[in-house]
Every structure is written in structure tokens, then in C-alpha cells.
Design a protein around this ligand. Structure first.
Ligand SMILES: [Ca+2]
Ligand SMILES: [Ca+2]
Ligand SMILES: [Ca+2]
Length: 199
């Protein structure tokens, strides 16, 4: 028998006759993910999750029936390709803040509502956008707010006048670059405009 611990997975080889067996050494779920059949074919008998274990390294050994028996070993490295099975996740699903009224001319950052995606490559790229904006509870077509696509920074440009609009609600979306893409939304609510001391 031969054991080896790779990527947190214990596996054990048991040789019988000239056939190969690969057995898990304990009940770790992922240790059951791969095994060799008597033919030497490596089969999958459990769910493989790249985000949990991105690759496996199996030590295989064959042994003849001579006297004494001779054997040789080899390594099979299995790298999992990514599926877009995770949507982006915002750090918070809702945000609230209070901002002073006044003029904002330089895309002032109000908050950063960033999302992350554990997939790899384009499946893990995240693009932030604004879905809709409510002003005093009513949907408006154009607003003083924008979100930076990459960073998720919510910025304000232009005039905030508490007597005109006292509160806004911004629905944000984070979309990944997968095909098809996955999306998650977050809400910036209770975005209240308060009276400026200087206004
Ligand atoms: Ca996965
Ligand atoms: Ca994935
Ligand atoms: Ca994804």
C-alpha cells in the first residue's frame, strides 16, 4: 500500500494481482471523487468542485505477479477546468448612508459596493452597474449617481438639493463575464440627503 497527502486529500493505493485500486484512507468527501477501476480507468464518482479542490495528484502503482513481484509507480495529475457556477457576491447586500447636500463636481465617491466572484478567468470577472434609482420613492431615468464598473465605487456628480430630493435608493448589480453571465443585486437604501451647514 502507498499513501500520500496532496492538496489536503489522503489517498491510498491497494494493489491486488496485476490490477490497480485507489482507495480513500478516510471519510473526507473529496477523497471519494476519483478512483481507479480494475481496468486502470480513472472514474469520477462524486461532485468535483474546482473552488474547493482545483487539482488532484494521484499516485498509481502497478505490480506483476512474479516472484518476487516487481512494481512501478507513476503520478496522474488532474486539473479541473472552471465552470461558471458561482454568481458575484457583494460584501453587503444593503448599504445606508447620509450625505450633505451641495454641489459635487468631481465624481465624489460615496461608498464602495464591490462584489467578488470565486470562479476563474472571465467567469470570475465582475462588472458593477446601476439597475435603477428611486428619488423620494419614485423611479427616475437620470440621476446624479454612477458606479465605476470595475471597482464598484458609487459616485455622485452634480447637485444634491434636500428640498428637491431628500432620499434616494440605488439598486446595484454585479455581473460576471461568464456565458451565460450570473448576476447578483444589492441595494443602497436610506441614502438621505441632509441639510448642509454651508448651504
Ligand atoms: Ca464550483
Ligand atoms: Ca467555478
Ligand atoms: Ca462567476
Amino acid at each position: 500500500m502507498l499513501t500520500r497527502n496532496l492538496h489536503g486529500v489522503h489517498m491510498q493505493l491497494c494493489i491486488h494481482m496485476h490490477k490497480l485500486y485507489l482507495l480513500p484512507t478516510h471519510t473526507h468527501t473529496h477523497a471519494h471523487a476519483l478512483h481507479t477501476a480494475v481496468t486502470g480507468v480513472i472514474q469520477v464518482n462524486a461532485t468535483l468542485d474546482r473552488e474547493t479542490i482545483p487539482q488532484y495528484e494521484l499516485i498509481v502503482m502497478v505490480q506483476d505477479q512474479g516472484n518476487p513481484p516487481l512494481n512501478t509507480t507513476g503520478i496522474v495529475r488532474i486539473v479541473l477546468l472552471d465552470e461558471n457556477d458561482n454568481a458575484p457576491i457583494f460584501q453587503n447586500t444593503s448599504y445606508s448612508l447620509t450625505v450633505p447636500e451641495g454641489s459635487y463636481d468631481n465624481a465624489t465617491i460615496l461608498l464602495v459596493a464591490s462584489a467578488t466572484d470565486v470562479d476563474s478567468g472571465s467567469n470570475g470577472l465582475v462588472f458593477h452597474s446601476i439597475v435603477s434609482v428611486l428619488a423620494n420613492g419614485v423611479t427616475i431615468e437620470s440621476s446624479p449617481f454612477a458606479v465605476e464598473t470595475q471597482s464598484g465605487a458609487v459616485v455622485v456628480s452634480g447637485q444634491l438639493d434636500r428640498e428637491g430630493v431628500a432620499s434616494y435608493s440605488i439598486q446595484l448589480a454585479a455581473t460576471d463575464g461568464g456565458t451565460p453571465p450570473r448576476e447578483t443585486q444589492a441595494l443602497v437604501s436610506y441614502l438621505r440627503v441632509h441639510q448642509s451647514l454651508y448651504y
